[in-house]
Design a protein around this ligand. Sequence first.
Ligand code: ADP
Length: 495
Amino acid sequence: MWIRSLWHKFREQLRRLTVFRSLKTRFFIIFLLVGIIPSISVRSSILRNYEERAISVRTSDVQNQFKILANHLITYGYLQDTSSEIINAELEQFSNLYDGRVLIIDKNFKVIKDTYGLSEGKIVISEEVIRCFKGESVSNYDRRNGYIEITTPISFSGVSHDQIEQQDDQIQGVMLTSVSTDTIMATMDLLSRNSLILESIMMLFVVVIAFVAAGVLTAPFGRVTDAISKVKEGFTDEPISVNDYAETEHIVDAFNQLLGRMKVLDDSRKEFVANVSHELKTPLTSMKVLADSLMMQEEVPNELYKEFMTDIANEIERENKIINDLLSLVKMDKTEADLHVSQVDINEQMELILKRLRPIARKQNVEVVFESIRPVVAEVDEVKLTLAFSNLVENAIKYNKTGGFVKVILDADHQFFTLEVADSGIGIPEEAQEHIFERFYRVDKSHSREIGGTGLGLAITRSAVLMHRGSIKVSSVLEEGTTFVVKIPLIHQVS
Ligand code: ADP
């Protein structure tokens, strides 16, 4: 049971978290706070100001009235004799008017008059009374109990101007008044209620506006998601566009770039598959034609039979080469992590490559020269790089002229080693130079096929060089020759 309630709580927390992670919710909360906090603070500050103002007006009203009354008290000698009906009536009127209580205290701190009739004859020695005897009229507002306490000195000040310096002596008594603030509070209640109604209406507006504004502001992000979803679900593969904000534009631009790259990759994948199928089919078609024509003839002469079988064997050889090259290419397409790096003596490696290729060169009457400027030892994948360099030298021999030469130069600086493979061959037309590293690209298809090319050699070479974080460049003049320059770091850096 408790596991279930715990699970419920956990889910609730999770749900709440996702809600708070929403931009729309955040906007809503911000608008709500921006709208509500000022209205609440304005309301409470208006009420506070009103209260302060009303209390101070009431206090000064009462103080003024009692100053006049104090003069009357002196004039009528009320402190000596409290029987004056006029003053008593006046005191009664005051206490009724302000819904308060008036105490008259004489010089001996004795209460000689209490409009409530409760404390007459009692002695009152409070801080306020003493301060008042010193000439200070004090007022205290007791908010909790709802009254203002005011002390007013009863003095001769209004009667005689000559005795002003002897103020202490002038003060004959003190009037202690408590004035109720009920009417102020009632007005405040009314004001507070009205403003609360107003505030509630405003809050309702703020909630609606905040909700709508949050929705409107976050709508473009929803549009971005919708557009991306459409692409994801395959309804369209056109670039999307949501230009409401700079932010959405950035997101959409980044997405479109990604989409573009994916399209290019997809196109090249399709093209590659088409090329592979075509290349693999060509030798098979030839073999089928050869075999069919043998089968169709009744009595085949032995020589013709042999000749056709040799052709079939050549086609098989070709098919085999294409498959091997494809496998090599697949290996080269892997990441740097698949490199088996070791310290390799490049001079020695080149000598071995050239030793293997010299017999082919000799057949074509091409001279192969190796010029090693300095000994080079580098951290490389020997197998992959051997394949890359072999392809370059083999091409230089294959696409050469009889009696031509191939010159291989190995050099190094403190960071890289460079291998230059120059030939005196047929050259590569300018417009073809940027394509020769593409898979299955051949300048002259039939010529390449004649000499056993697959169009994959340079693609393999380039992949191997790039895996080593190196570079490969070609320069060529038609009918004069071609030069490939490979540059590879001496030390392999792991990323
Ligand atoms: P292939 O197997 O056909 O030789 P490559 O990828 O090795 O394929 O080369 C691609 C094309 O580049 C070749 O078909 C050829 O037309 C051209 N090529 C490569 N190397 C040379 C070179 N040294 N001289 C002239 N043409 C070259």
